[in-house]
Design a protein around this ligand. Structure first.
Ligand code: TPP
Ligand code: MG
Length: 323
């Protein structure tokens, strides 16, 4: 996937998440499961899509929306899953916080912080036993979740057994309503990784192609890697959260895909890889669709169908479609 395709994926992920945010804003009682948008996490999610080979696996946490969208390539199966519909991505059995999509390699998701880390080691060990040594196991975690003992134990376990695991830490300087300085000492993950002989890189700048290149690096002699991506989460924890600067209710999908004119926003970075004319056309097109999703329950009344119909009506379409 080249820079242009990756940038388009970032825009698509932002559009789908803005559509979800509209639903959560206007119909807070619509979903009976907690839903954690990941506005601002699009470059990391896109990078895993770029990086992963068919045999690779990805294990996720509560904040899995951007990852799932990137790998499912569509909003509809997620929206239906969040409504616990049998037509959803997992037949309505997992909802949001445990959602998995094994067909795409997304084999496990846990809402219990730190829980997916030892599971990832187990998956990697099984792959190693089977001789599938080239298959990498990616496991996402957060600056809050690494406070669990399971993170430290998993890192040592993976290093000791030379497991092909990529620990992908999304550091948004938040755990619920608290910032790192409010709850613990600083953790220099680069030095932690070095202390157990593990390769580490810090990911900043929200370029999915650069991130993917880092995620796919294989350390000499095998073993795990740690990648820490600095992320700005524009949507708070899961809806308005005390202690977070921005309120997701203030985000208006009709206001455009870019949320901040700075490299902290993956969409701002994606614009650089796209002709401005195409970006503006895509922006107008996608934001005109986002508000249409604000319809009665998707499963019953076909909000997605409305969105598709609207899509056909809009004359000025971008030259590309991902799905
Ligand atoms: C073992 C455990 N303790 C506490 C919680 C409650 N909890 C849910 S999300 C969260 C914050 C997680 O922060 P982080 O890992 O940085 O992810 P982020 O939400 O910032 O993406 C907490 C404390 C939990 N789910 N599991
Ligand atoms: Mg966090």
């Amino acid at each position: 996937m080249n820079s242009l395709t990756a940038a388009r994926l970032v825009l698509q992920l932002r559009h789908w998440q803005l559509a979800m945010n509209e639903l959560l804003k206007r119909e807070p009682g619509r979903f009976c499961v907690p839903i954690h948008c990941a506005l601002g996490h699009e470059a990391v999610a896109a990078a895993t899509r770029l990086a992963m080979k068919p045999a690779d696996r990805l294990l996720l946490t509560h904040r899995n929306m951007a990852f799932h969208l990137a790998h499912a390539g569509a909003l509809e199966p997620l929206l239906l899953e969040y409504e616990l519909s049998a037509a959803g991505l997992a037949g309505g059995r997992f909802g949001s916080m445990n959602l998995q999509n094994p067909a795409a390699g997304l084999v496990y998701t846990s809402s219990i912080l730190g829980n997916n880390l030892p599971v990832a080691c187990g998956v990697a060990m099984a792959l190693k036993e089977r001789g599938e040594t080239a298959a990498r196991v990616y496991v996402a975690t957060g600056d809050g979740a690494i406070e669990e003992g399971a993170f430290w134990e998993s890192l040592v376990l993976a290093a000791s057994h030379s497991l092909n695991v990529c620990f992908l830490v999304e550091n948004n300087d938040h755990s619920l309503a608290t910032r790192i300085a409010e709850r613990r000492c600083a953790i220099d993950l680069g030095r932690v990784a070095a202390a157990v002989g593990v390769d580490y890189e810090l990911l900043t700048g929200n370029d999915p192609v650069q991130y993917a290149a880092s995620l796919t690096k294989a350390p000499a002699g095998g073993g795990p890697i740690v990648r820490e991506a600095m992320v700005t989460t524009f949507c708070n924890h899961a809806g308005p959260t005390p202690g977070w600067a921005a309120d997701p209710r203030a985000i208006d999908a009709a206001g455009g895909l870019e949320l901040e004119a700075s490299p902290r926003d993956p969409v701002h970075v994606a614009r650089r890889a796209i002709e401005e004319e195409e970006y503006q056309a895509t922006n107008r097109f996608l934001t005109s669709l986002a508000v249409v999703v604000n319809a009665p329950r998707a499963a019953e009344a076909g909000a997605i169908g409305d969105m598709k119909k609207k899509e056909e009506e809009v004359e000025e379409k971008p030259a590309w479609r991902l799905t």
